[in-house]
Write a protein that binds this ligand. Structure first.
Ligand code: SF4
Length: 207
């Protein structure tokens, strides 16, 4: 039986949870802290998520759909690129007024060893990318990536997403324990990459 946690509601918005895998293991990741986001257990029974199951769950809550759907769960959604593309194509075809955002760690092009962004044109509208720090040392301390070259890959991803015309925002989590980032420097890096910038204050109870 499929668990109803592939599409979930948070603050009146529908989110899509495609995987529990990630190429980071961020110190503040709520996967390590709790099982649920506002009551929905986001741990999946299986990593073999199928687009048709996601779509079926979306349809179950279609009366809750608003102007935006976000790919974001307990893991890195772009690790399920093909499923994401299939689900996004379905939404764009059936609900063309809905904007699609991906909250990502920005590792996709490094993972797939190719620029996947052109494949997402017309499917995804916005990217929110975790910059997480002003240099590799800070990034690695906070994000604990399990692949080499992650920080540079994140910056390249942001730059490329801007170049490809996606609405792109770099994010920094603030207020998590004594992990400090140099905010002015992060803002400057983001500006140089051409993206928008957003601070995401860490919230104990969820995203
Ligand atoms: S990138 Fe997101 S899902 Fe991955 S470890 Fe960090 S907070 Fe968790």
């Amino acid at each position: 039986m499929t668990e109803y946690n592939l599409a979930y509601l948070l603050d009146g918005k529908v989110y899509i949870n495609l995987t529990n895998s990630c190429t980071n293991n961020c110190v503040f990741c709520i996967r390590n802290i709790k099982e649920d986001v506002v009551g929905t257990n986001l741990f999946l029974n299986s990593e073999n998520v199928k687009a048709q199951d996601v779509i079926a769950q979306l349809e179950e809550i279609k009366d809750k759909l608003s102007s935006e759907i976000v790919f974001c769960g307990y893991g890195e959604p772009m690790l399920k690129l093909d499923v994401m593309k299939e689900v996004a194509a379905y939404i764009k075809k059936n609900y063309p007024h809905i904007k699609l955002r991906v909250n990502t760690n920005g590792h996709a092009n490094l993972v797939y060893k190719r620029n996947v962004l052109p494949e997402l044109k017309g499917l995804i509208d916005k990217f929110s990318v975790s910059l997480n720090g002003e240099n590799e040392e800070v990034y690695n301390k906070i994000s604990l990536p399990n692949i080499e070259g992650a920080y540079d890959a994140v910056k390249d991803f942001i730059k490329e997403a801007v170049k490809e015309g996606f609405d792109t925002t770099a994010t920094i989590v603030t207020n998590y324990k004594d992990y400090n980032v140099d905010m002015p420097k992060c803002i400057e890096i983001t500006k140089n990459l051409g993206a928008k910038f957003r601070e995401r204050p860490w919230i104990e109870n969820g995203y």
